[in-house]
Write a protein that binds this ligand. Structure first.
Ligand SMILES: Cc1cc2nc3c(=O)[nH]c(=O)nc-3n(C[C@H](O)[C@H](O)[C@H](O)COP(=O)(O)OP(=O)(O)OC[C@H]3O[C@@H](n4cnc5c(N)ncnc54)[C@H](O)[C@@H]3O)c2cc1C
Length: 445
């Protein structure tokens, strides 16, 4: 039991910041004065991993490109993520067995391979482009919060290894303290190819390479309207107008009224995260001896990791499905963290922040064209590898290359029923998941 009174704020350092810890080493660059080109080949809306990767591919292929960003470059999830890079062990709402039942084995395998393709693409980019983003392939421990989660992992593991080429091993409960020192888990599995990186430096690295290839990155240039059609679009931005032959929308969890056609196909959900004050490598290792990325199985899961310098813990989770301020989310996440690790009770929070992710109805990434406008959307909470891969594929599709094809193409990007883009139902969903998690925990213990 934590000794803190969670109505008070004593868990924060006196100089706590409500901005991402990543921004300390990778401050958001000011591109508000970068002139808007009047006419270009491709306008990309959004400067996260997806938009920048699309820009890099297109600029390298000789297209003139402008990335138009509402805030400073990387304002969205890409400079706020947990920096856990992986293959997405599930593609869609189901695990491998469930997918196989629904789609047949070949299509299930093709979908899962998109996860490993994304990981290979993103790590290849880091290596080839020499992105200095503190990437380390330390592996990911997927912690089973319930016995039935552990059993279900066990059913899939052999197929994942043999058919998809994922390097994964089960870790029984008796050995899970080598991964993470809490008694709350029923074992889990380790994905050896996954790793961690510095989310802010990764985004800045992509930005730098896209710019060096010739793309123009314009900050404070919210796109407010898009008129026209393929071959002749006009984008009205906060800083003036741009003519473009083509447009790619890469706004993910920040998709707004600009594109109602995409907004009704995405549910934006806030993810919250804290950084502890520095506690030293030894103390971090006492909590996460394996130094891996840790992700839980429950619906309102927590995810956590050592910071790249090994000095602190970054701890994220669904503190709420409704928007709450980062002080409240910081208090909640600290409580979740100390429930797992009572030894961290007196460790304070130096940073607490939030960002939006976006879920499609089928929990798949969607890359395509709608009324002449290209899009790369819905990373479903796992975009560190998938978003740059999808951005690259969107760029290839735009250029008419068969390399733009993915296994996602055969799945329609369907709107959610009774939904226009305002997720009025999230408080109820939040309540439902809380109740379900609590009930299942009680039954398992
Ligand atoms: C707290 C948190 C932790 C996460 N942790 C992980 C993790 O550990 N591993 C993982 O794989 N994934 C993680 N994710 C998810 C991952 O960060 C995202 O999937 C990924 O960053 C999406 O990239 P993107 O380029 O598609 O979108 P974003 O990076 O969100 O970029 C979209 C951009 O579009 C801009 N925009 C929106 N509308 C307009 C407009 N009208 N005009 C101009 N610009 C506009 C926004 O300002 C924003 O900058 C996390 C996300 C969050 C929020």
């Amino acid at each position: 039991m934590s000794q803190h009174d969670y109505r008070s704020n004593d868990i924060f350092t006196p100089d706590v910041k409500f901005t991402p810890w990543w921004w300390e080493a990778a401050p958001r660059p000011d591109h508000s004065e970068v002139p808007l080109p009047s006419s270009i080949d491709v306008a990309i809306v959004g400067s996260g991993y997806a938009g920048l990767s699309a820009a890099l591919t297109l600029a390298r292929a000789g297209r003139s490109v402008a990335v138009l960003e509402a805030g400073d470059p990387g304002f969205g999830a890409s400079s706020r993520s947990g920096g856990m890079i992986g293959s997405g062990h599930r593609m869609g709402t189901k695990n491998f067995s469930g997918l196989t039942e629904e789609l047949g084995q070949d299509r299930a395998i093709a979908l899962l391979r998109e996860g490993t393709n994304a990981l290979d693409f993103a790590t290849g980019l880091i290596e080839q482009e020499n992105l200095e983003c503190e990437f380390k392939r330390v592996g990911r421990f997927r912690a089973a919060c319930r016995l039935k989660d552990y059993d279900s992992m066990g059913k899939d593991i052999d197929l994942l290894r043999r058919k998809v080429g994922i390097e994964v091993d089960m870790v029984p409960a008796s050995e899970s303290s080598q991964e993470v020192t809490t008694e709350h888990y029923f074992g889990g599995c380790v994905f050896h190819q996954h790793g961690g990186l510095h989310a802010g430096l990764y985004q800045l690295g992509l930005l730098d390479r896209a710019r060096a290839a010739g793309a123009v990155i314009c900050g404070q240039a919210e796109v407010r309207r898009i008129d026209g059609q393929k071959g002749a679009f006009k984008l009205f931005t906060a800083r003036g107008n741009v003519q473009a032959r083509d447009v790619i929308v890469a706004t993910n969890g920040y998709t707004g009224p600009l594109t109602p056609q995409f907004r009704k196909r995405l549910i934006p959900i806030a993810s919250y995260i804290i950084a502890t004050e520095p506690i030293g490598e030894e103390a971090v290792r006492r909590v996460i001896p394996s130094r891996r990325m840790i992700v839980e199985t429950r619906s309102r899961h927590c995810y956590y990791r050592p910071s790249p310098d090994g000095q602190r813990i970054l701890f994220g989770g669904r503190a709420s499905l409704r928007p709450i301020d980062p002080r409240t989310s910081g208090l909640r996440l600290h409580r979740f963290m100390t429930r797992l690790f009572p030894s961290l009770t007196d460790v304070r929070v130096s940073h607490s922040w939030t960002g939006n992710i976006a879920f499609a109805r089928d929990h798949l990434t969607h890359i395509g064209v709608h009324d002449g406008i290209h899009y790369t959307l819905a990373c479903n909470g796992s975009g560190v590898a998938m978003a740059p891969y999808a951005g690259h594929k969107a760029a290839m599709k735009l250029m008419g290359s068969p390399e733009g094809q993915t296994a996602f193409d055969e799945f329609d990007f369907r709107p959610y029923p009774l939904y226009g883009g305002r997720p009025w139902f999230l408080p109820f969903v939040d309540w439902f998941y809380r109740a379900r998690d609590a009930w299942e925990e009680r039954n398992d213990n």
